[in-house]
Design a protein around this ligand. Sequence first.
Ligand SMILES: C[S@@+](CC[C@H](N)C(=O)[O-])C[C@H]1O[C@@H](n2cnc3c(N)ncnc32)[C@H](O)[C@@H]1O
Length: 375
Amino acid sequence: MSLLRQKIEQEIRERGPIPFSRYMELCLYDAELGYYSRNAKQFGNAGDFYTSSDVHAVFGRLLARQFDEMWRTLSSPASIELVEYGPGRGLFAQDVLDWSEKKFPDFFHALRYVLIESSPALRARINEILAHWLESGKAVLAKMDSLDIGVTSAIVFANEFFDALPVDILSTKGSLRIDARDGRFVETWAQASPEELEFLDRYSVHPEPDERIEAPLAAQQIMDNVAANIPHGFIVAIDYGYTREELLAGRHRGTLKAIRQHSISTNPYEAPGEQDITADVNFTALAAVAEKLGMQTHKLVTQSQFLMGIGEANQFADAFEECRLPQERAKVAMQLKHLVTPAGMGESFHVLVASKGVEKEKVAQLAGLNFARNR
Ligand SMILES: C[S@@+](CC[C@H](N)C(=O)[O-])C[C@H]1O[C@@H](n2cnc3c(N)ncnc32)[C@H](O)[C@@H]1O
């Protein structure tokens, strides 16, 4: 029996059946044995899944272009913090810093890049990959509880972060609890909490018989902290997810998945600590928290619309800069296509932009929010 399974069973013996969110937290983030804590091999071809920065540096480069425009929209403050939540190995940060230094020197001069990563193994990789930037003080590695956005202007960025946070699961039987019997995890149900029911009432739907609906209360809590701490600036959150309208139309009801070696299963109880567990993001709920804390949110766009909006003006020159040979151009064109087109990641991922202290009309002019509008 795996050590993590033993540890979870021990906690269940001591506490009684645990909420699903606690089970998911232990599977992913137990400090020694959790899926994200124990090594840094989750990403890429040899790992379990790809994220956009694994595909090509153009993802970070296009976002650097958008961050530069956001910085100018904030009237080019002398210092700005770019705070990335859940940066994984730091590939995106590397691409943004490299490209900003090369292409957007004024923004780069003002920039300090803060990475908030909890996994010890991934923090060690960040220390290697970003050594040069960390030593120079351009980048800083922090943890969520020690974060203090010390400047007046900030851009908070998160790619595939909110979908990796623990969720609770609700059905007509109540809120899911995990018990252990005869070496197996067993599902039981407890009465849903007032917070869970309020979440369904406000941002989601109540489950029909045989349905399961997630209540991502940890994501709500983090968004609450982020939005409360931004003095003047933006949040850009990219993830697969849905709106309440889609739930009402019968889609995205029950999105919890386990992912291992690029294949998806619906069984989160298999091999705890060795597979990723994820749930799509409820963007309606995240946007509502940001608005409650004085931010303006902007129409959700697809990753495709967002990247097309940023890249179309110079025909994606950011992607092709190093290509000398036609074969190199062809390869990069395929990678770009994967990021942008519906068959790749372009339509399944959405981008939520929230702003504070900036005129809504100015935000609406941002390249990433303009592609959809111009058509
Ligand atoms: C799916 S990965 C995404 C990594 C990266 N953004 C990318 O696109 O490649 C989710 C990341 O969020 C991190 N994470 C989850 N909860 C966290 C928390 N509370 N504080 C900091 N990092 C966290 C995980 O360790 C992991 O690196």
